[in-house]
Design a protein around this ligand. Structure first.
Ligand SMILES: C[S@@+](CC[C@H](N)C(=O)[O-])C[C@H]1O[C@@H](n2cnc3c(N)ncnc32)[C@H](O)[C@@H]1O
Length: 252
């Protein structure tokens, strides 16, 4: 049987690696480093910096994993994602078989926390279901949402109330009527600028945890245009951006 360690590495700051994650990193025979999207050079650099800083043996081996691109979603979002995950699972299976001997351990370095808007855990189920004898363990990481809250010194929920963590795509249907606190991830369309801003506050963060971090907070009516502009400039400067925000209904 092959064993895979799914290690949350934090969302941009190597100091956010947990001791448990560092120890897991040091148990791996091979480190699989996923490469995806336009931001890949920066994210790959962070993963490599984490390996260089925390792995104690000098001769550790990394293997890049070229993640296939997802087709445009169109109307069949779930169908497209399903097909994409199948292709990623096939890629992982081939790599696990060719790079790991029976009894060896591989590690997957996953951005932020593996349980939050990341498909690695679902893909591992697919790889195992395809018949490869496999076991895996998961090591939590500090997610971008936690860094957002910490940097802004804001709790994610109001007293006794729930929070909704969702995507820009879902927010485009409007701020949910039954929520007061909504965290938005995966928003390439600046959806905060397309919903009714009245009565909403925003806590926005880009490149959280990195030296390039940008933060803005205040009434959405006042900040929407500024964030859109700051975001566009930063994206042009770096060639990529990752941002997350909390929207909250102002209490009367
Ligand atoms: C595929 S999800 C991965 C989330 C990750 N598992 C986590 O726990 O943060 C990618 C989204 O996470 C958010 N994100 C990840 N890293 C970020 C960072 N350093 N700063 C701001 N947002 C980030 C963005 O909303 C981005 O679109």
């Amino acid at each position: 049987m092959r064993n895979i360690l799914i290690i949350g590495i934090g969302a941009g700051n190597p100091d956010h690696m947990t001791i448990e994650a560092i120890e897991a990193l040091n148990r791996a025979d091979i480190l699989f480093i996923p490469d995806k999207g336009e931001e890949k050079a920066a994210l790959r650099a962070l993963r490599e910096a984490i390996c260089a800083r925390f792995i104690r043996k000098p001769d550790y081996r990394t293997v890049p994993v070229e993640i296939p691109r997802r087709a445009e979603a169109g109307s069949d979002y779930h169908g497209v994602v399903d097909d994409w995950h199948e292709r990623i699972a096939a890629r992982y299976r081939a790599l696990f078989e060719s790079e790991l001997q029976e009894g060896q351990t591989g590690a997957l370095l996953v951005w932020g926390d593996p349980a939050l808007y990341d498909s690695t855990l679902r893909i591992m189920e697919r790889v195992a279901a395809s018949g490869l004898s496999l076991d895996w363990q998961v090591y939590p990481g500090i997610s971008s949402v936690q860094v957002l809250a910490a940097r802004h010194r804001v709790p994610l929920n109001t007293i006794g109330a729930p929070i909704l963590i969702t995507t820009g795509r879902r927010l485009s249907e409007g701020f949910p009527a039954d929520q007061d606190s909504v965290v938005v991830m995966l928003d390439g369309e600046q959806t905060f600028g397309k919903i009714d801003p009245e009565g909403l506050d925003i806590w926005w963060g880009a490149y959280l945890g990195t030296p390039d971090e940008i933060l803005r907070a205040g009434p959405l009516t006042e900040l929407s245009a500024e964030i859109t502009e700051v975001r566009a400039q930063a994206r042009a400067r770096h060639g990529w951006i990752m941002d997350t925000y909390l929207l909250r209904r102002r209490s009367a």
